[in-house]
Design a protein around this ligand. Structure first.
Ligand code: AVI
Length: 320
């Protein structure tokens, strides 16, 4: 291909960028086209996601916070004193702060792929919880990783808030829960936030907000491909669409091509029909029973679950 050498020179790819490139090339060659939701979260995407969590239509974040706050004493009752709290993924610290205030943890281990972000987060928490030992781990938490030696003798509690599990395909969710159980070990506990199946209108509006932030969040992945992989996506030629797929219990986000067009990237071209979609995210919604079955099938014993009064969101405690 004539473009490839020039591009290879123009972009000196690090390992992460070339994995991104491989995934994008692979995903756009599929029928239907798809991109992994993990690529939403560059600096702009993370900022847009923070804005989503504050939208009036996006109920999950504030509802989960209310459950963690209102059910703090029930949650702390299942947590052994002096346990190490291992958080899978490190976003805003609001939720973990609630747990740290309400339960007697001996150590906090945030695990995230972004090392810079982790360090800033760890520093802020050390300042506000001076007696807490914080041991950040820079790792992809969807793959096996080692816990810090310092927490070897402590009981472990995993924390996976935000219904991030919902962005995994069911088989990936099962694999993640299994691997978390292996990493945390015997007698571990897990506190996990899971979005619930509900009225389709509420779900629809949560992913089609009137301010258009979710649309920007979705389209940003094309911007990222342009910037990091030298793509030439015209963002105005795609529209955001989020629908609820009732049979598969999931919100699907798509980017729909407004016209027939060809997009180039890394010396390759990808053609789109008018109306053709790129499936960019699934956000699975569970009933309490379906989540408990998933947890059991992954080697955990469901211990207790809590909901807000309107039954919008759930927090589950699992025991290894
Ligand atoms: C991070 N994750 C749980 C969000 C969700 O609701 O699935 C991501 C998101 N996508 C669109 N809005 C929010």
């Amino acid at each position: 291909n004539v473009h490839a050498p020039a591009l290879a020179k123009a972009h000196r790819f690090d390992e992460q960028t070339s994995a991104f490139a491989d995934d994008v090339i692979d995903g756009l060659a599929q029928h239907p086209k798809r991109l992994s939701p993990k690529y939403f979260y560059d600096a702009t995407g993370s900022e847009l996601f923070e804005q989503i969590t504050l939208l009036p239509e996006y109920y999950p974040t504030r509802t989960e916070l209310s459950i963690l706050r209102d059910r703090g004493s029930a949650i702390s009752a299942i947590i052994p004193k002096g346990a190490a709290l291992v958080e899978f993924g490190a976003g805003a610290t609001t939720k973990v702060r609630l747990l740290l205030q309400q339960c007697a943890f001996g150590a906090y281990v945030p695990v995230d792929i972004s090392g810079d972000f982790l360090k800033a987060q760890a520093d802020a928490l050390r300042k506000d919880f001076p007696s807490l030992d914080v041991y950040p781990v820079a790792a992809d938490f969807t793959a096996p990783f080692a816990l810090p030696e310092q927490i070897a003798g402590m009981p472990k509690v995993g924390f996976f808030p935000g219904s991030t599990l919902g962005n995994f395909e069911p088989h990936e969710a099962c694999a993640f829960l299994r691997s978390a159980r292996d990493i945390l070990g015997e007698r571990a506990r897990m506190v996990i936030g899971v979005d619930l199946e509900k009225d389709e209108r509420a779900l629809y509006h949560a992913y089609n907000d009137s301010a258009g932030i979710t649309a920007r969040f979705n389209l940003n992945v094309l911007h990222r491909i342009n910037r990091e992989l030298g793509g030439n996506f015209d963002l105005s030629a795609f529209i955001h669409r989020a629908i609820y797929n009732r049979d598969r219990h999931r919100i699907e986000m798509h980017l729909i091509s407004r016209k027939s067009q060809t997009v180039r990237m890394l010396g390759r071209s990808f053609s789109f029909r008018a109306g053709e979609s790129i499936h960019t995210e699934s956000s699975y919604k569970y009933s309490l029973e379906r989540f408990a079955a998933l947890a059991r099938g992954s080697g955990w014993v469901p211990r207790e679950s809590w909901m807000d009064p309107a039954g919008m969101f759930s927090v589950h405690a699992l025991v290894a």
